[in-house]
Structures are given as C-alpha cells and as structure tokens.
Design a protein around this ligand. Structure first.
Ligand SMILES: [Zn+2]
Length: 389
C-alpha cells in the first residue's frame, strides 16, 4: 500500500505541538504509519498553517438538522425548548433526511471524524449506516412524572435496541440510554436508566440555564413555567437545597463515565462533587449554542483549572449556524484569549476521543491510529478547516 507524508508550519498531534518540520506518514486507508522528526530526502507535501488529527464533536443532535435557522436566537433556554418542541412535530420526512445528510457531509468537510449524537427517534439510523463517521448515539429518556417513568423508559429502550442491531463496518457504532436533563427526568427514571446499563457511558444536558439550579435549590423559577406549559404535574417534586448536579448525581452509580454538556452555570463545587461521584467526568463545551440560546458562556478558565477532561460539541443546527468544532474553538479563543491553541486543539481531538471512548483509534497522530488529518490554513476567525486525509 502506498503512503504519503504531510508536514506543515505547525504539527499538533492531538495533545501537543510536535517539533517544527515533523512529517506525518499515512497509508491509503488513513492509518498513521510513521512520524518523521527529520524529513530531509523524503517526498513531503508541505503546507502553511497547522495540521492536526480529525476533530471530535462530543455533542450534537443530527436529527434536528432540518431546524436550521428556524428557532429565534437569544430567547433563553425555556422559550428555546418550547419553540423546538412546537416546530419539530411538523416536518416533512424527505426534507429532514436531506438536512441530516447535508449536516453529516458538512461535518466531514470541516474535519470532524466522530460524533456523540443525541437521539430521540430512530431517524439517524441511515446516517449511522452510511459509515462516514464514528458514532456514539446517546438515546435520551425524557419524563418528569414518577408514574410515567416505566413507559418513558420503554420508549427510549425501544429506540436503543434498534440502534444496537446495527453492525460495525469501518467505523465505530455504539450507543447508550441517557437522561435528557436534570429538570426533565424523574429520580425514578434516572434510576431505571442506571439499572439498565450499570457502567455505560452517559451524557446529560447539565446546568444550561440559571433556572435549573434555582429549580433544584428552591422549587421555583422558570423551570416551573416550562413544566406547567407542557402540562406536566410537578406537585410531588421537592427542592433539595442543592444545585441540580449535586442533586441528581447520587441517583446514578459511580461506575458511569459521564459527559456533562453545556455547564454554563456549573460552579467549582459541582466539578469537585462530580470528581467524587463518577468514574470519569467529562465537561463538554458548546459555546456557540450557549450564545445562540442564553447569551452566556461557562467559566472556562475555572473549569480548566479543575480538570483536563474538557471536550467540545456543536449542539444542533437548531441552536447553531454551523456544525464546526473549529468555529467553537474560535469562540472560546475570542472569549478567553488566555487559552492556548495547544490546549484548545487537545480538547477538540484527544480529549474528545477519550470522552467518546475512541482514544484507541482517533484523537492523536500516533502510529497505528486512523485519526483523520485536518489542515488549518491559519488561526484567523474566518478560517475553514479542511479534511486532507
Ligand atoms: Zn443538546
């Protein structure tokens, strides 16, 4: 099998920058066959800018791709959720299919090689079968009333079982059953999800709005309006006097690795609590969606001072103008200039791969891995990454 060597002004291996001039040799299947510290005498394709492994989108909802441009910006989470629920009921199946395939192609083109994708339906079976990307599908359970927990669990489990029947070809296909968010899942449903898969990878929308913590602390605020708006009986709910994370995490076994998504209103005490209460905690940042919905960003420097386990997601086209991990990094760099590109690319590559349990295959330029190769012509804001292998 023939191979090709690439080098660039800067080469990031997914964790760190390698010495200038390093050459990355790949075979036709994209497997790294060698890293050359000295490329003199070798035939090398040399590029300006930076090369790095493919990116991991740790949080997306590809099944919502047809909602692109339809949901008003900057309304706050509760009106956003009401708008999504209202609109998604009336979509044409062929438009939905075209939109999700276009989104998958676009993600590929901007260097994304794996996705942690949220599913509330079986709509993305076709994307998973197309074998163009590694998928871990998080099938969500949603149900706030205790008496409805059994039927809500069965709804999710039916979708999950269908996904599990899909077979693996060149790309990894995994899935797990997960809680949607703290305010939309009863304690009973949390416990059923836990019992069904005691050490599975979980994800949860976490502390995305200030009202979520308010709800758990004092049973008041805008979450009550949301539940009332959907006609959901919350009369048996009792405030814990704690933040949402510190309330629900003890309902799950400590054996789960968990990806906490958004974390816009997560505090240092929550991060420290999570370190004690789950096997591994990953913190997924979706800054462009945070801006779209809440006009707020998480305290990223504080988070980075507590943990290395940070990964990046785009959320859906209902709450973002594009599905590009590099665009998310640009937003973080703009908001927090003290974050280095070395760290940001590590979050997008290696930490994302670890979060989705794919670090054996992707996330680093290492011999034997098939990480994809991405070219970043510059760090400038309008730079569009290009997948080159
Ligand atoms: Zn989401």
């Amino acid at each position: 099998m023939s191979t090709k060597i690439y080098s660039a002004a800067q080469v990031h291996d997914g964790c760190k920058f390698l010495p200038a001039g390093t050459g990355v040799e790949l075979d036709e299947a994209g497997v790294v066959t060698a890293l050359h510290a000295d490329t003199s005498g070798l035939k090398v394709e040399r590029l300006e800018g930076t090369i790095c492994p493919g990116f991991v989108n740790a949080h997306c909802h590809l099944e919502l791709s047809h909602l692109s441009g339809l949901i008003p910006e900057k309304t706050g989470l509760i009106p956003f959720l009401q708008a999504v629920t209202g609109i998604r009921a009336h979509a044409d199946e062929s438009q939905k299919k075209d939109a999700r395939f276009a989104a998958l192609r676009a993600m590929n083109q901007v260097g994304i090689v794996a996705v942690g994708d949220i599913a509330n339906t079986t709509d993305t079976l076709d994307l998973r079968a197309s074998d163009q990307m590694h998928f871990h599908t998080f099938v969500e359970c949603i149900g706030f009333t205790e008496h409805g927990a059994g039927s809500r669990f069965e709804q999710g489990a039916t979708i999950w079982k269908t996904l599990q029947k899909q077979t693996v070809r060149t790309h990894s296909l995994t899935s797990s059953l997960v809680p949607h968010a703290p305010y939309s899942v009863s304690e009973k449903l949390f416990r059923m999800i836990d019992a069904a898969q005691p050490d599975a990878l979980l994800s949860i929308h976490n502390q995305e709005c200030v009202a979520e913590n308010e709800f758990f602390n004092s049973a008041s605020g805008a979450v009550i309006d949301l539940l009332n708006g959907f006609g959901i009986d919350h009369s048996s709910f009792q405030a814990s006097g704690k933040s949402s994370l510190q309330t629900y995490l003890p309902w799950l076994s400590k054996e789960h690795p968990i990806i906490f998504v958004h974390n816009t209103f997560t505090e240092r005490a929550d991060i420290q609590f999570a370190k004690q209460h789950c096997r591994s905690a990953f913190w997924c940042l979706c800054p462009n969606a945070n801006r779209y919905i809440e006009q707020a960003l998480p305290n990223v420097p504080m988070l980075a001072s507590e943990t290395e386990n940070i990964c990046i997601g785009t959320d859906s086209l209902a709450s973002n103008h594009q599905l590009s991990i590099f665009a998310e990094l640009q937003t973080l760099k703009q908001a927090f200039p003290e974050l280095s590109w070395e760290t940001l690319l590590r979050w997008a590559c290696h930490e994302g791969a670890r979060a989705l349990q794919l670090e054996g295959t992707i996330g680093r330029l290492e011999v034997g891995k098939r990480p994809g190769l991405v070219w970043l012509p510059s760090w400038e804001e309008r730079t569009i990454p290009q997948r080159i292998a």
